[in-house]
Write a protein that binds this ligand. Structure first.
Ligand code: ATP
Ligand code: MG
Length: 629
């Protein structure tokens, strides 16, 4: 079947199409209905079917290939490396599951995982899936404030964490941040399970904190049966970066997600059981959920979890991993490739990379230079894929496993099977013509694997994602895009304001809120500004209540430092603005809306665009002046 026919069936006859894909996973009890869309926009896939993500990722491979590698952990921070076979992984997951149960975790309870890239983090995710607990992984780079809002929203029974992570050889304590977050949140978890890596000392809270090594020691022979779940029960919650100041808890199901991942592993990533998959993402992001933990394992592949920088001990580290474990499919972000590009190519060419068949890139626009460079150096195709936390798996790409269609530079590709994509005019809601810019939307029902709802808030799911166009109810991606005459799509940026710093997504609103908490800040605007190395950096424009302290150059510098420290404390150093400028006026529309796009354009030396609605054009001159001064 060619891709056009494959795609056509997926959208015109989803029942038949997805029934076929559902054969890729194991079901404990067959479903009675492929799709129930009687209550749009809520789609229910594989109704009444019973399955389990952990069973599909681990148990079903134990008989077939129990001694083959399943999880490979490499840490250049602690100089440790370990290979777990499917059988060993099954044992470790059961130990973790038994510990969780002994701490009172049962089906439907939330478990918050705040951990770096270590094996126990994957055990914890899989153990939750095994017993029907709902995990919520919070990225380890987040500081107390961000962590606290997620604790408050998810109300976890248990939190699993560690003494510390490590970055570039520097220990990064987790426990004090976690304790501060718990103190801030009105929700108090009953227990905190801690993996003591021996990196830094911890203050243990008696009666609450539990040492994982000791608890595991009491559960070495644990047999924890799989809890079969109805396909539409929740498997996990993952928070988006939170542009709106209140992050959205993306809730995912069980059966639809397993089917979508299994099918994407075959049709998009072309992975085969027994091969090795290497995704350089982090378990705190959606790529980590779908393509470090669940996807590769569901396909019977070994998966690599890497803790460390891409350039330490040197810029050859990833390629040494590819050689050693004969990686066939690799997944990373353009920003990481841009970092590697700064180093001599010998770092890459000293290794035998002949196992590698394809490199996948996602998360941000892939520029031509980066794409050309990496694909010619590696001598393998580079496949861009566009998707979101909300969808859980690609929306646009070239599904090479179905048909090896050509790629186009600058385009992530064409709609993935199951997704009915349209580009709509922002104001009229009409479908855009070829090469006409509009908002990228998806017609319901969303395919299997996509978000079910916003955790605990169905109305927010509808209000946020589905009510954006007067003409019809469609899912908005909040990204601008165009479709060319050949049907290839191009993503032109976000309609909301999120910045991407070295592959980490940060809401400008969150940064603004943090800066506003400084006693002398009257008003603030944060925009993402293009940066050669990091993709984007945050730049803040602040109006002070009392501008006297910034009358001198020293004063400005001191105040800038103070404000940066506030952001560090709330959100972590990743969110710290690269510059803080002090102004007396911010560019706004007459209705009072900040003209972010103009602000950003000026910072990037571009034309500020249409300004008919600006309240005071002098505000822009002032911005130009501070940028020059
Ligand atoms: P939030 O929803 O909280 O604002 P976020 O959108 O930054 O967070 P993600 O879901 O991880 O978090 O990112 C998805 C977004 O990343 C897409 O909507 C798009 O803007 C961008 N993106 C992802 N992949 C690509 C790609 N291949 N090309 C261009 N842009 C991409
Ligand atoms: Mg988003």
């Amino acid at each position: 079947m060619n891709y056009a026919e494959f795609y056509k069936q997926s959208v015109e006859d989803p029942q038949t199409f997805w029934a076929k894909q559902a054969e890729l996973i194991d079901w404990h009890q067959p479903y009675t209905q492929v799709l129930d869309y009687s209550n749009p926009p809520f789609a229910r896939w594989f109704v009444d079917g019973q399955t389990n993500l952990c069973f599909n990722a681990v148990d079903r491979w134990v008989d077939k290939q129990g001694d083959q590698p399943a999880l490979i952990t490499v840490s250049t921070e602690t100089n440790t490396e370990k290979v777990y076979s499917f059988r060993e992984l099954q044992r470790e997951v059961q130990r973790m599951a038994a510990v969780m149960q002994s701490l009172g975790v049962g089906k439907g309870d939330r478990v918050l995982i705040y951990m770096p890239m270590i094996a126990e983090a994957a055990f914890a995710m899989l153990a939750c899936a095994r017993i029907g607990a709902i995990h919520s992984v919070v990225f380890g780079g987040f500081a107390s404030n961000s962590l606290a809002t997620r604790i408050t929203d998810a109300r976890p029974t248990l939190i699993i964490s560690v003494d510390a992570g490590s970055r570039g050889g520097k220990r990064v304590p987790y426990k004090p941040l976690l304790d501060a977050a718990i103190a801030m949140s009105p929700h108090k978890p009953q227990r905190v399970l801690l993996v003591d890596r021996g990196l830094v000392a911890m203050d243990w809270v008696a009666g609450r904190d539990v040492d994982y090594a000791a608890a595991r020691g009491q559960n070495m022979e644990a047999h924890v049966p799989v809890t079969w779940l109805e396909s539409n029960e929740a498997s996990y919650i993952l928070y988006t970066s939170g542009t709106t100041g209140h992050p959205k808890g993306v809730q995912r199901d069980v059966g639809g997600y397993a089917v979508a991942l299994a099918s994407s592993m075959q049709h998009i990533y072309c992975g085969r059981a027994g091969e090795t998959y290497f995704s350089t993402s982090d378990i705190g992001w959606v790529v980590g959920h779908s393509y470090i933990v669940y996807g590769p394992l569901i396909a019977g592949m070994a998966t690599i979890m890497y803790e460390g920088l891409p350039v330490a001990p040197d810029a050859g580290i990833w390629w040494s991993i590819v050689e050693k474990y004969k990686v066939t499919r690799m997944f990373t972000a353009p920003t990481a490739v841009r970092v590697l590009k700064k180093y001599p190519t010998e770092f890459m060419h000293q290794y035998d990379l002949s196992s590698l068949k394809t490199l996948y890139l996602a998360g941000e626009p892939l520029d031509e230079t980066t794409s050309h460079w990496i694909s010619s150096e590696l001598g393998v195709p580079v496949i861009d894929n566009y998707w979101q936390t909300e969808t859980g798996w690609p929306i646009l790409t070239i599904a090479k496993g179905v048909e090896d269609l050509p790629t186009k530079l600058g385009s992530p590709g064409i709609p993935v099977y199951g997704y009915k994509i349209k580009i709509l005019n922002e104001t009229s809601g009409e479908i855009c013509g070829a090469n006409e810019k509009g908002v990228v939307v998806i017609e319901g029902p969303l395919p299997p694997g996509c978000m079910q709802t916003v955790y605990g808030d169905d109305s927010r799911f509808v209000k946020t994602y589905w009510n954006n166009f007067r003409t019809e109810q469609v899912y908005s991606t909040f990204d601008w895009g165009i479709r060319d005459a050949d049907g290839y799509y191009f993503i032109l940026g976000r309609t909301d304001d999120v910045i991407n710093v070295a592959g980490h997504r940060l809401g400008t609103r969150e940064i603004e809120e943090s800066i506003s908490s400084h006693g002398n800040v009257a008003e603030v605007a944060v925009v993402g500004v293009e940066d050669k190395l990091k993709g984007q950096v945050a730049v803040a424009f602040v109006i002070l209540k009392n501008a006297n302290p910034v009358a001198t150059a020293e004063g400005k510098l001191a105040m800038e430092k103070e404000i940066m420290a506030v952001v560090d404390k709330h959100l972590g150093a990743l969110a710290r603005p690269a510059r803080v400028h002090f102004v007396a006026l911010l560019p706004k529309t007459r209705s009072g809306k900040l003209l972010r796009r103009s602000l950003q354009a000026i910072c990037e030396g571009r034309d500020p665009g249409e300004l008919t609605t600006i309240e005071d054009p002098a505000s822009l001159d002032q911005i130009r002046a501070v940028l020059q001064g």
